[in-house]
Design a protein around this ligand. Structure first.
Ligand code: MN
Length: 413
């Protein structure tokens, strides 16, 4: 919970917690998985919606390792149509993937990877709720009542390193495919080994995975470097309307932000999964310690990615807005109908060149983020998970604050 530099333990600590009220349901994850193997359970491994390489790499790695040990395993995630995002096509084990609608009628054990709450599973939340045995493998710090058996290590750099611990404890083989899937999750969740999650333990895990056959060059380019040409044009547009803002009460903390509409994506032939990297450009803005990219969803809601390079915990900021995540990387979503009326209170619309209603909406979102930043900067941090929406200003922050838009990116004439 405490912000700041990573404590850098020699090895990630293992926190195995049985859910309250189910003390004997599953004593620990190793026993549970050994039982699954011994009794030939059908095991469903679930990644979260909008899968990234940590959630899907962790699920496929654990799936491959368990299948190699003789288990009956399927891997799934909620997506319609059910297809692996472009950037994750290199992950091994695609033959384990089964669409939610085609899953076996009975799953004896459901294991979730990198998901902090049921809603992150989308339609698969029901399959988890209906499973006789559940195991949560994760490194997010929220959701202690989620899952009968939990192997959750908030200090782990990625869920994939928690899976690595699990494989070690079970004595399962680290094949080249398993190592590749685990390394992908580790490389992604450490920001290619530059974020605060990049502990010595992260590098030791990486070294083991490379020794076992993971190729850092192939995985690195796959995860971070490859994009479609249309992305270059989209970058030019959305970075061209970026803003730099701060709010009264939190001077010293500045947010570099921009937004991407559904129409932007369509114009450049891209989907949401192709533009995850836009926020990384803003993350490095010298004059800011915070970055945000708001992306319009097909239902006219917005999904917002947050990044921090300084002391502000954007995981806590996101939690205050109904989302969650980590200290450096987090996100939240804004539903379509959220109070347009607050636009007048939320400061000026952005300096960009989009449609006025998009600009107004994004102006609201920027103000809501800065309002949360102001609360956390002044020590009114909502340390509990239940503070969201209960303290007078709702998820979109109807408190009146003054937002100063310090700069807008130069516009082409
Ligand atoms: Mn992760």
């Amino acid at each position: 919970m405490s912000p700041g530099v990573p404590s850098g333990p020699a090895e990630p600590s293992r926190k195995v917690v049985a859910a309250p009220g189910r003390p004997s349901a599953g004593p620990d994850p190793v026993t549970l998985l050994r039982t699954a193997l011994a009794e030939d359970w059908t095991v469903g491994l679930f990644a979260h919606v909008n899968p990234d390489s940590d959630t899907l790499g962790s699920a496929l790695a654990l799936g491959l390792a368990l299948r190699d040990a003789g288990a009956t395993v399927v891997v799934s995630f909620d997506a319609e149509p059910f297809q692996v995002p472009d950037g994750l096509a290199f992950l091994p084990g695609h033959d384990l993937l089964v669409a939610p609608a085609r899953l076996p009628a009975r799953l004896d054990l459901v294991v979730t990877l990198d998901a902090a709450a049921p809603h992150m599973l989308g339609v698969l939340a029901d399959r988890m709720a209906g499973a006789p045995h559940t195991l949560v493998v994760d490194h997010h710090r929220s959701g202690a009542d989620f899952g009968q058996v939990r192997m959750v290590d908030p200090d782990a750099p990625s869920t994939s390193t928690v899976v690595l611990q699990l494989l070690d404890r079970m004595g399962l083989a680290l094949t080249a495919d398993v190592a590749t899937a685990l390394y992908a999750g580790l490389a992604t969740d450490t920001g290619s080994f530059r974020q605060a999650t990049t502990s010595a333990a992260a590098h030791r895990a990486a070294a083991r995975l490379v020794d076992a056959g993971a190729d850092p060059t192939v995985i690195g380019w796959s995860v971070w470097g490859i994009h479609r040409f249309g992305y270059v044009g989209l970058l030019a547009e959305v970075l061209g309307r970026a803003g730099l803002s701060e709010c009264s009460g939190a001077e010293g903390h500045r947010l570099a932000w921009t937004y991407i509409t559904d129409a932007d994506l369509a114009r450049h032939g891209l989907r949401l999964e192709h533009v995850e990297g836009v926020v990384d450009v803003l993350w490095g803005v010298l004059e800011a310690d915070l970055a945000a990219v708001a992306k319009e969803l097909p239902d006219r809601g917005w999904t917002v990615s947050l990044r921090s390079r300084g002391p502000i915990d954007v995981g806590a900021v996101a939690m205050g807005l109904g989302g969650g995540g980590h200290r450096e990387k987090a996100g939240f979503t804004v539903s379509p109908g959220v109070n347009q009326a607050a636009a007048g209170q939320a400061g000026q619309a952005g300096p960009g060149g989009g449609r006025p209603d998009d600009e107004t909406r994004v102006g609201q979102i920027v103000a809501a983020i800065l309002n949360q930043v102001r609360r956390h900067a002044s020590g009114h941090s909502s340390s509990g998970s239940s503070a969201s929406g209960s303290s007078g200003d709702g998820p979109m922050g109807t408190t009146t604050i003054r937002v100063a838009h310090l700069a807008a990116a130069p516009r082409p004439s």
